[in-house]
Ligand binder design. Structure first.
Ligand SMILES: Nc1nc2c(c(=O)[nH]1)N[C@H]1C(S)=C(S)[C@@H](COP(=O)(O)OP(=O)(O)OC[C@H]3O[C@@H](n4cnc5c(=O)[nH]c(N)nc54)[C@H](O)[C@@H]3O)O[C@H]1N2
Ligand SMILES: Nc1nc2c(c(=O)[nH]1)N[C@H]1C(S)=C(S)[C@@H](COP(=O)(O)OP(=O)(O)OC[C@H]3O[C@@H](n4cnc5c(=O)[nH]c(N)nc54)[C@H](O)[C@@H]3O)O[C@H]1N2
Ligand SMILES: [Mo]
Length: 822
């Protein structure tokens, strides 16, 4: 057993292992000050909620309160490990700033009210609008952080009850491109690979993915392989000097927005050198010829110029990809939040298709998710997709869904592609959407071009409902605020990136009158009087387990088949990977092991899209590609970034995350260890650029774009010259301070970002835009508040190290080691 400061050393101790071995167990735990294991009344099974990894953990409960967490040694995902946000983030549940009663706007002010008044106002306004303006005046915007049962209920209400096409999740900002890329290549959502591919891979490529900070436990798995015999080679594609870049064999730091050019050059080299699997291509893949023709235009020399990456590095990366025997790739926001998001992500799939590297141990693509339950938002149809990967453009799928819901098929809107969030915001701006029900997301901080978003959400004619656990920046603009119970206070299931389904049990009571999101949605459905075609209530369940059983019926025979999973089966052991049914009673580790894809036109989730215009393909166009059971390669031409740097705005602005915070910090900002590690916004710039301006670490800068301004202290870091980076976590309200405004709107990165999206996935471009910087005052020797342990590692030696001290000490146990048994 060792004690480690898990703020200062976020990845903890190494447990090295070799290719093909089982990842050793390491059980991490943290108990609040003064509490020992002997004091704990109960341990309640759950999984992590502040990222998409799905690490199994148990919540320690004493006297009806959470007092700590411990990783689950039996869990296939983490084998006991936890990240810093998991170890400390749960403390926010007990924050005194939790919402405890519903609020309603009276004479311009939010005041406390009772549930009945609040829900009658919400349902009453919905009914009034349905009568006066029809379903297109009603929109829903949900999240990737509720539970499966809640999304399925919401999807049923929206698609089956109200009949609006305006339903999306913040997954649009997050992993819309993952879904789009999987649909483009494999005609269906669902990760082909498994986390265990890390145990076997000899090359691991991370594309625009700072896994070390955003899936810390998955990164521990890679670190343990790197520390063991026959370690894998690592390729990192990221313009910043992330911890991933520092651990990599080859680091390509392209100009932002040039991912498709880079991918095409890598593919060009792989194909030119004949590092391809012709048998696999012939048997299982359509579209290779078109790719080959396209690639002629993308020699590495051209990419070297456009991306500003040395030819030798491109060749070295291509050789690793081409000579890999077991290649694992992961893709995330550096690719997804970019102007050619889908096209870039699809080229990663293409590398696996030309190399025949799918469905075997070590050979996987992880088109990553970010949020804990984003997979469920997509599966359940709370994001514009239809439940269980049904195809909105296929009438027989609509009929089948109507059968499951016992309603008339014409009640399910499917006349056009579902409305994506950015379009919903436009409709709200124009006044055709008059009611917006926001659950579990904070768009007043997380959407691009905040000045515009605030104006839209604050309109009098828009009835805004916000269901949250804190009075977020968005909740402050609402007409009705509904206080929700959250993780640890309610029961439900959720599915991580590699299709592992976990059960999260209720451990403690929610504060005050807060209610589980499921209860609120069910209440709403009943107040609207939603009925099926026999006059029975449309929503036929009230408990999570009943909702889960309803969901299982909806998935029967579909790719994400849950019919073999029960709550009881999820209790005690590890999570289970879907599909899980009579044919696969223990779940399925890898998809497409037999080279058969879910692409036949009558079964597939999507006919695909044109990646340049975003136009959905017609069924006949899809059939012409000969997808029957095959994957489809789609070539992508490179187009330059939408907003180029100019003399006036000479820096490329990119935004993203740090290890210690989650999104808009409503939880991590209220966990003292995490807040202390990264207390305030900063801006990263290269040493070359800083020296040119004569600026140094800690100087206060103003960052401006045509949309707005932010002030932040300078961190001189290893980022590529010409690029500046801002974390997007810092809204304009301070957490943990009794709701004090921070002092104006000057620190949210999204004051600066632009209203624009990838044409195919409709994911906004948080990694694009041009900015101008100026110095407001010198730092006088003070350093910027950025962490030193992460991508924001300073160049200057004088900056004090980020440490957590005694309050951040967690325990690591090693049950596999001799004498280490608990
Ligand atoms: N600590 C922490 N972990 C999280 C979260 C969190 O808020 N905090 N959020 C979760 C969620 S919802 C998500 S979606 C994930 C996101 O996880 P990541 O995608 O890993 O995180 P980001 O920091 O948004 O972006 C990743 C990297 O993209 C790089 N990048 C920027 N522009 C480009 C480009 O043009 N090309 C390339 N190749 N790279 C570029 C950035 O330098 C950055 O290092 O993290 C999840 N995990
Ligand atoms: N500039 C820039 N902007 C970005 C990104 C970026 O990289 N750069 N990344 C984008 C991405 S990938 C994402 S995922 C989004 C995230 O953006 P958001 O979803 O807006 O961020 P969160 O802070 O996670 O907001 C979740 C909200 O739900 C509340 N909540 C938590 N648990 C529960 C619950 O159980 N029930 C209910 N009802 N509410 C709950 C929280 O208090 C919080 O207010 O941001 C996007 N915006
Ligand atoms: Mo995300």
């Amino acid at each position: 057993m060792v004690s480690t400061d898990r703020i200062g050393n976020p990845w903890g101790s190494r447990t090295p292992y070799a290719s093909g071995e089982v990842w050793p167990t390491r059980v991490d735990s943290f108990l609040t000050d003064g509490v020992t294991e002997a004091d704990v009344d109960r341990w309640v099974q759950s999984a992590t909620i502040l990222h998409s990894n799905g690490d199994g953990l148990d919540i320690a409960v004493k006297d009806g309160r959470m007092v700590g967490v411990r990783g689950r040694a039996v869990d296939r995902v983490n084998r006991g490990r936890l990240g810093a946000k998991d170890l400390f983030g749960w403390q926010a549940n007990h924050s005194t700033e939790r919402l405890t009663t519903p609020l309603i706007r009276r004479r311009g002010k939010l005041v406390e009210t009772d549930w009945d008044t609040a829900m009658e106002a919400v349902a009453g306004r919905t009914k009034q609008l349905l009568d006066e303006r029809g379903p297109s005046s009603v929109g829903f915007y949900t999240t990737g952080q509720l539970f499966l049962e809640e999304y399925y209920t919401l999807a049923l209400i929206g698609h089956g009850g109200i009949g609006t096409n305006h339903m999306d999740g913040n997954t649009r900002l997050c992993t819309a491109t993952a879904a789009a890329a999987l649909k483009q290549s494999f005609a269906c959502d669902g990760q082909p690979g498994s986390y265990t591919d890390i145990d076997h891979a000899d090359v691991i490529a991370l594309y625009g993915h700072n896994m070390a900070e955003t899936q810390t436990v998955l990164w521990m798995r890679i670190l343990d392989r790197l520390a063991g015999p026959n370690p894998p080679s690592v390729i990192c594609v990221d313009p910043r000097q992330t911890p991933v870049a520092r651990a990599s064999t080859v680091h390509l730091a392209p100009r932002p927005g040039t991912n498709v050019m880079l991918m095409n050059a890598l593919l060009h080299e792989v194909v030119r050198n004949g590092w391809i699997d012709r048998d696999y291509l012939a048997a299982h893949v359509a579209g290779f010829d078109e790719l080959q023709n396209q690639l002629e235009h993308y020699p590495v020399e051209r990419a070297a110029e456009v991306c500003d990456v040395p030819v030798a590095d491109l060749r070295a990366a291509a050789r690793l990809l081409g000579s890999a025997e077991r290649l694992l790739s992961t893709v995330l926001q550096g690719f997804y939040q970019s102007h050619q998001a889908t096209s870039a992500a699809v080229q990663v799939n293409n590398i696996h298709l030309v190399r025949g590297m799918l469905g075997k141990p070590g050979c996987g693509v992880l088109q990553m998710n970010g949020q804990p339950t984003a997979q469920n938002t997509r599966e359940c149809g709370a994001d514009g997709d239809l439940p269980a990967f049904r195809n909105w453009a296929n009438d027989s799928h609509i009929e089948d869904l109507a059968r499951v819901w016992n309603i008339d098929p014409m009640r399910i809107p499917h006349y056009t592609a579902p409305t994506h969030l950015m379009q919903m915001m436009r409709y709200a701006e124009d006044g055709s959407i008059r009611f917006l029900y926001v659950s579990g997301t904070n768009p007043a901080v997380s959407l691009p071009e905040l000045d515009r978003i605030r104006k839209i959400l604050a309109q009098k004619r828009l009835f805004l409902v916000v269901q949250d656990i804190f009075l977020s920046e968005t909740a402050q603009l609402a007409d009705v605020v509904l206080p929700a119970a959250t993780w640890g206070e309610k029961t439900g299931t959720f599915t991580n990136v590699d299709r592992t389904v976990h059960l999260s049990e209720k451990a403690v009571e929610p504060p005050g009158q807060a209610r589980p999101d499921l209860d609120i949605f069910v209440d709403y459905a009943h107040r609207l009087g939603l009925k099926d075609k026999d006059g029975a209530p449309l929503v036929k369940w009230s408990s999570p387990e009943e909702a889960f059983e309803g969901w299982k019926r909806c998935t029967a025979g579909r790719p994400c088949d849950y019919t073999g999973i029960t709550y009881d089966k999820l209790r005690g052991g590890s999570g289970i990977q879907w599909p899980c049914n009579d044919d696969h009673p223990e779940g399925t580790e890898r998809l497409y092991a037999d080279g058969r894809f879910w692409s036949s036109p009558d079964y597939c989730e999507s006919y695909g899209k044109d990646m340049v215009t975003g136009a959905p393909l017609e069924p006949t166009e899809y059939q012409a590609m000969n997808p029957y059971g095959k994957a489809v390669i789609k070539a992508g031409e490179y187009l330059p970034p939408h907003e180029a740097v100019t003399d006036e705005y000479p820096y490329f602005l990119t935004t993203g995350r740090t290890l210690y915070h989650f999104h808009t910090r409503t939880k991590t900002g209220r966990a003292p260890q995490l807040q202390k590690a990264a207390p305030e916004v900063w801006v990263e710039m290269s040493e070359t650029d800083a020296v040119w301006h004569g600026w140094t670490e800690g100087d206060l800068l103003r960052i401006s774009t045509p949309r707005g301004r932010v002030e932040a202290r300078l961190r001189v870091s290893g980022i590529r010259p010409g690029v500046v980076f801002l974390p997007f976590h810092y809204g304009y309200w301070d957490t943990g301070s009794g709701h004090k405004p921070h002092g104006g709107h000057g620190r949210a990165a999204n004051e600066l970002t632009l209203t624009d999206w990838d044409p195919a996935s409709k994911q906004p471009l948080f990694k694009g835009g041009a900015a101008r910087l100026e110095r407001i005052r010198t730092g006088d020797g003070a350093s910027s508040p950025a962490p030193t342990t992460t991508a924001s590692k300073p160049v200057a030696a004088r900056v004090p190290d980020t440490v957590g001290g005694p309050d951040a000490t967690a325990v690591e146990e090693f049950p596999d080691r001799l004498g280490g048994a608990r």
